[in-house]
Ligand binder design. Structure first.
Ligand SMILES: NC(=O)c1ccc[n+]([C@@H]2O[C@H](COP(=O)([O-])OP(=O)(O)OC[C@H]3O[C@@H](n4cnc5c(N)ncnc54)[C@H](O)[C@@H]3O)[C@@H](O)[C@H]2O)c1
Ligand SMILES: O=c1ccn([C@@H]2O[C@H](COP(=O)(O)OP(=O)(O)O[C@H]3O[C@H](CO)[C@@H](O)[C@H](O)[C@H]3O)[C@@H](O)[C@H]2O)c(=O)[nH]1
Length: 484
């Protein structure tokens, strides 16, 4: 068999970009992306795509209507396809056994049942969603228990490693493509078919094949290792703030060790995104179920440290603002979980803003890509407040950062959008209340320039001597006590 028709169930942050790139690089393959959400499909077929990813618009425009199609006709998509990606969401369970930790596989299971119900002939089913180890086995089980005799399947694991904001580049130039398959002749054949698709643009040596279970676990392990690096440097940032060391200098020195490397050592207000927290908790749950409590505790600490970092940063803002933010106006720059995306899932901004709102602050929020409706949804959600009506009166969204900063007591930077570096902070300072504070949760601004302008400047993993001088001169006197 040579794959001619690909179907992808799930037109989200993974399914959409991944299949757009496959369609672009494989003009000989017809790619049909299906989703149960009519709204999402409508957006994929419009000029304003449902997700913001640099470079994605051009890829979609190039292929849509030629060999790339988006629709809600899931049955047609499955019937016509030789190979089906399951790329649906696998969120953390919110109720039942494993609540708050285990991955909820109900959407993956629904796909497997739908495939079993309507498929004809032989299909390769590819698990693209991030799942617990041995999920492929469950998919196979559902498929084989529900099929007619003339239908056959091979299930592969092909986890996705793209990061949001750089999805197109990551897909075009992946560090590796991982394919896990059953160790059998049928399994090898299916692996070869999927490999053939990727070899249209990925060098062969970057395509790694393993057993299905190793492939599934490698995805969880990769995210756990990445998140662990961020939590490790954030833990060190707390030590820096308490001692006078500078976490950027420490990270640079540590990263020069070729065994450690420089990437993913940027201290911050904490990691966010739909994956790290969910996949770590999933790993913790798996370890607990396997009766490995020490392993579970080890990985749990990575997410605990992240929560500590977010809270620590929010508390520091309150402390610096003379121990109260009640009725003070704070301009918040950035709400997305990282730059170059409009995604706010598990964004540290949600938690820092909620803490400040709880303290009675008024927030003027500016983000270049996040829709105001999304911010409202996130800040009034029952998972972060039990008083959404009150919260609603305390924040506003702005499309102009200068308007957001006007009359504010402080600016709080929560996302690393490049444009924040180029703002006219003198102009902002002139319109702000004095003393004017800036809290850089992303370590991205020119701090000496800001201090020179007259901002009381605070960032992660560093204390500024000049601020201390200002404090001593009585110009500013933040209430936190810090003895070097
Ligand atoms: N977002 C990322 O950067 C990223 C990267 C790598 C891996 N992953 C993993 O990929 C998977 C998908 O993540 P995402 O961010 O694309 O999720 P998403 O929520 O953006 O998209 C999932 C889509 O699946 C659709 N869907 C759910 N059940 C369906 C069904 N039964 N039939 C048809 N459509 C259905 C939803 O309507 C939604 O549009 C998750 O397991 C995630 O952990 C995500
Ligand atoms: O040194 C760093 C690096 C990242 N972050 C933060 O960590 C979070 C996650 O960033 P990143 O990993 O770049 O984005 P994601 O889109 O969440 O991608 C991760 O999660 C995906 C979903 O599983 C995987 O596919 C990717 O390989 C993995 O990087 C963001 O809030 C970043 O701001 C830091 O604070 N410091």
């Amino acid at each position: 068999m040579v794959v001619k028709n690909v179907c992808c169930i799930g037109a989200g942050y993974v399914g959409g970009p991944t299949c757009s790139v496959i369609a672009w690089k494989c003009p000989d393959i017809k790619v049909h992306v299906v989703d149960k959400s009519e709204m999402r499909i409508k957006q994929w077929n419009s000029d304003k795509l449902p997700i913001y990813e640099p470079g994605l618009d051009d890829v979609v425009k190039e292929c849509r209507g030629k060999n790339l199609f988006f629709s809600c006709d899931i049955e047609k998509g499955i019937k016509e396809a030789d190979l089906i990606f399951i790329s649906v969401n696998t969120p953390t369970k919110t109720f039942g056994i494993g609540k708050g930790r285990a991955a909820d596989l109900k959407f993956v299971e629904a796909c497997a049942r739908k495939i079993a119900e309507v498929a004809e002939g032989h299909k390769i089913v590819v698990e693209k969603s991030t799942v617990p180890v041995r999920a492929a086995e469950s998919i196979s089980h559902i498929l084989s228990a529900n099929t007619r005799p003339d239908v056959s399947f091979q299930v592969l694991s092909n986890p996705e490693f793209l990061a949001e904001g750089t999805a197109v580049t990551n897909l075009l130039y992946p560090d590796r493509v991982l394919i896990g398959g059953e160790e059998s002749a049928g399994g090898d054949e299916a692996v070869a078919e999927l490999m053939w698709i990727y070899t249209h643009w990925v060098p062969k040596e970057k395509i790694v094949t393993t057993s299905t279970w190793s492939s599934e676990l490698s995805k969880l392990a990769s995210n756990a290792f990445l998140a662990q690096r961020v939590s490790s440097i954030n833990a060190i940032s707390a030590v820096c703030e308490a001692t006078g060391a500078d976490v950027s200098q420490v990270a640079a020195a540590v990263g020069l060790d070729s065994r450690i490397g420089p990437n993913f050592l940027q201290a911050s207000v904490g990691f966010g995104g739909s994956c790290f927290q969910k996949d770590l908790l999933n790993l913790v749950y798996i370890a607990e179920c396997l009766n490995l409590p020490e392993v579970a505790m080890y990985w749990q600490q990575v997410t605990d440290m992240n929560e500590y970092q977010r809270t620590r940063f929010a508390k520091r803002i309150v402390e610096c603002l003379f121990n109260t933010v009640t009725d003070k106006t704070l301009a918040v720059f950035g709400f997305a979980f990282k730059k170059n995306t409009g995604d706010t899932r598990e964004s540290p901004a949600i938690y820092v803003c909620s803490h400040l709102l709880e303290e009675g602050a008024r927030l003027n929020i500016y983000d270049p890509k996040v829709e105001p409706k999304q911010i409202e949804h996130d800040l009034t959600s029952s998972s972060v407040t039990d008083d959404p009506e009150r919260v609603q009166t305390l924040f506003s969204t702005y499309s102009d950062p200068y308007e957001a900063a006007k009359d504010a007591h402080a600016i709080v930077v929560l996302t690393d959008w490049d444009e924040f570096k180029n703002f006219d902070y003198k102009k902002m300072l002139d319109s702000m209340k004095r003393p004017a504070f800036i809290f850089d949760g992303r370590k991205m601004l020119d701090h000496s320039a800001l201090i020179k302008l007259g901002f009381h400047t605070e960032t992660v993993g560093k204390r500024f001597a000049r601020n201390a001088l200002l404090r001593a001169s009585g110009e500013h006197f933040p209430a936190f006590s810090w003895t070097p």
